[in-house]
Design a protein around this ligand. Structure first.
Ligand code: NAP
Length: 265
C-alpha cells in the first residue's frame, strides 16, 4: 500500500520482468497505490512488490468494470510481447473507462553477424519448417504452444518451460523445467549435451533469455524465430524508466505529463 492517503491508483498488467521492475520502482511511493495483475498461468510466480491480484478479468468489460470499481486512474500494460489478447483488451477497456494507457514495448531481437535465423510468422509455421532443419530441437516457445509440434514424431525435442506441460506435445522429448535468466555458456553447454541441431524461439526480446541466441551463434545452429504479433495501437515506451516517469508525471500536484511515443498508434 502507499504511504499516506491514495492520490492515484495505477494498474500494472504484468507477468514480465519489466512489470516487476516497474512495481518495485513505484510501490510504497507517497500517494501512489500500485496494483499488479497476473494471469495466474504460473504455479509459483515471481511476485511483484506492492499489491497483486491474480486471474483473468473476464474480457474487455470485466477489465473496464474492475478498473472502475478499484478507482484505477492509469494503466500500464507491461505484459509479454506475445500476450496479444490482454494487450488488445487493455486498449479497449481503457477507451471504455476513459483511462490513460501506456504500453511498455520491449524491443525485439535483431539478427547479428554469424546468426542463421529463419523467420516464422507463427508457431505453426515454425513447426512446419523444422524437419528440413534438424532432428534434435531445443523448443523454448513455452508450454502453451506445444500442440503445434505434437505431430513431428520423427524429431526429438528438448522442451524448456517453467511449469510441467500438459496436453498434446511431441512424443520424443525431454522436458526441462527451468526459469531464466539463462546465460550464454550454460546455454551452449546445454545444447551440446543434448546434441541440439536447431533452436525454436519466439522473438520475445530482452536480455534475460538472449543467451540461447548467443549460444546458437557460437555453435552454428539455425534458429527458427517466431515473429511478434502486431502491437495494439497504444502509446508505448521501450523501457521501464520511461514508464516510471509517465506514472510519476501523472501524480496530482506534479503539474506535468511525461510524453510517450505513439508507436503503433
Ligand atoms: P493472452 O493470451 O494475451 O491473454 C489471455 C487471457 O488471459 C486474457 O484475455 C486475460 O483474461 C488473461 N490475462 C492475460 N494476462 C493477464 C494479466 N496480466 N492479468 C490478468 N489477466 C490476464 O496472455 P498469454 O499470452 O496467455 O500470457 C499470460 C500472461 O503470461 C501475461 O501476463 C504475460 O505477460 C505472461 N507471459 C506470456 C508469455 C507468452 O509467450 N505469451 C511469455 C511470458 C510471460 P480475461 O480476458 O479473462 O481478462
Amino acid at each position: 500500500m502507499s504511504a499516506g492517503p491514495t492520490a492515484m491508483t495505477v494498474l500494472v498488467l504484468g507477468g514480465t520482468a519489466e512489470a516487476r521492475a516497474l512495481a518495485a520502482e513505484l510501490a510504497g511511493r507517497t500517494g501512489l497505490r500500485v496494483i499488479s495483475s497476473l494471469a495466474g498461468r504460473v504455479a509459483s510466480p515471481a511476485l511483484p512488490a506492492g499489491e497483486v491480484r491474480t486471474g483473468g478479468f473476464g474480457g474487455v468489460a470485466g477489465l473496464a468494470g474492475w478498473a472502475r470499481a478499484e478507482g484505477v486512474d492509469a494503466v500500464v500494460d507491461a505484459t509479454h510481447p506475445f500476450a496479444e489478447t490482454i494487450s488488445a483488451n487493455a486498449v479497449e477497456a481503457c477507451a471504455q473507462a476513459g483511462l490513460p494507457l501506456l504500453r511498455i514495448a520491449r524491443p525485439g531481437w535483431d539478427a547479428q553477424e554469424g546468426d542463421d535465423w529463419r523467420d516464422a510468422r507463427s508457431v505453426a509455421a515454425a513447426a512446419a519448417m523444422l524437419p528440413a532443419l534438424g532432428a534434435r530441437v531445443f523448443l523454448t516457445t513455452g508450454r502453451q504452444d506445444l500442440a503445434a509440434f505434437a505431430a513431428l514424431d520423427r524429431l526429438w525435442f528438448l522442451i524448456r518451460c517453467v511449469d510441467p506441460p500438459a496436453g498434446p506435445m511431441p512424443a520424443r522429448r525431454e522436458v526441462l523445467l527451468a526459469r531464466g535468466p539463462y546465460h550464454r555458456e550454460a546455454e551452449r553447454a546445454l545444447m551440446r549435451r543434448h546434441g541440439i541441431d536447431v533452436l525454436v524461439t519466439k522473438n520475445s526480446g530482452g536480455c534475460l533469455t538472449a543467451g540461447k541466441l548467443d549460444a546458437a551463434r557460437d555453435l552454428g545452429i539455425p534458429v527458427v524465430m517466431v515473429s511478434r504479433p502486431d502491437a495494439p495501437p497504444a502509446p508505448s515506451v521501450p523501457a521501464v524508466g520511461d514508464a516510471v516517469r509517465w506514472v510519476l508525471g501523472r501524480l496530482p500536484g506534479t503539474g506535468r505529463r511525461a510524453p510517450a511515443h505513439n508507436a503503433g498508434a
